[in-house]
Design a protein around this ligand. Sequence first.
Ligand code: MLT
Length: 264
Amino acid sequence: MQKKINGLYVTAKGKPENQSIVFVHGFPYDHTMWNFQIEELSKKYYCVSYDVRGLGKSYVGDGQYTMEAFVWDLFSVIEGMKLEKPVLCGLSMGGYISLRAVEVDQNRFKALILCDTRSQADDNEGKLKRALAINQINTEGLAAFAEPFVTNCFWNQTVKKKAGLFNEVLRNSLKHNPVGVKGGLIAMLSRTDTTKALKKFKLPTLVLVGKHDALTPPEVMQKMAKKIKKSDFFVVPKAGHMAPLENPDFVNTKIIKFLEKLEG
Ligand code: MLT
């Protein structure tokens, strides 16, 4: 099932009466990055995913986005799909959205899954890199920015051994409207830091990170996991920053075990 909610392209698979899971993708990707998880999990769960505004088939508008607006969008998807206490699952930028959403109102959710993300806001170096990226898109075009960025998101062995998968993701990332991609960069560089909120999180939380994640490395995510009371932490072998795509079998097994534990 596909529909538009608040200008956002939303898809769902599975039975609506089952426990729902909302998947929030990373940057500069779209909802299809969760296909391997949704294929498997939709047998038992109602899997909802959507394109974050500015990316994929969602509304682009003027590109003036904030992380807060991304959170309101997430809430509008949950309300529009009439989901009751979904499990929230976000990767990287999707994790920033999820962390802030839980900080705003954790009562809306049953549990949290964080993949390859961090609670810290961008530091000065990070902000300057985003500024250069926006400039590069303006002066050289989207591909000049996206090709090296997307390549760095994957473990180098995935790029070599799963070239078909990598090329497909790269091709997809070049299809976005550059205005939307720049809007995402601005939203990320101006996001707040959610680290202090972690100790208030009461949700059962699964934290997963690719062993070779160069953007949000295992040490960073382990520290974050330790600050969340009810967290389980796992390093995903044979994966970089795109762990759910690079090693879906391992990630799916961990998610299924986590979800089964929730059912008690
Ligand atoms: C992502 O995968 O969402 C991005 O790498 C996040 C970021 O650039 O901070």
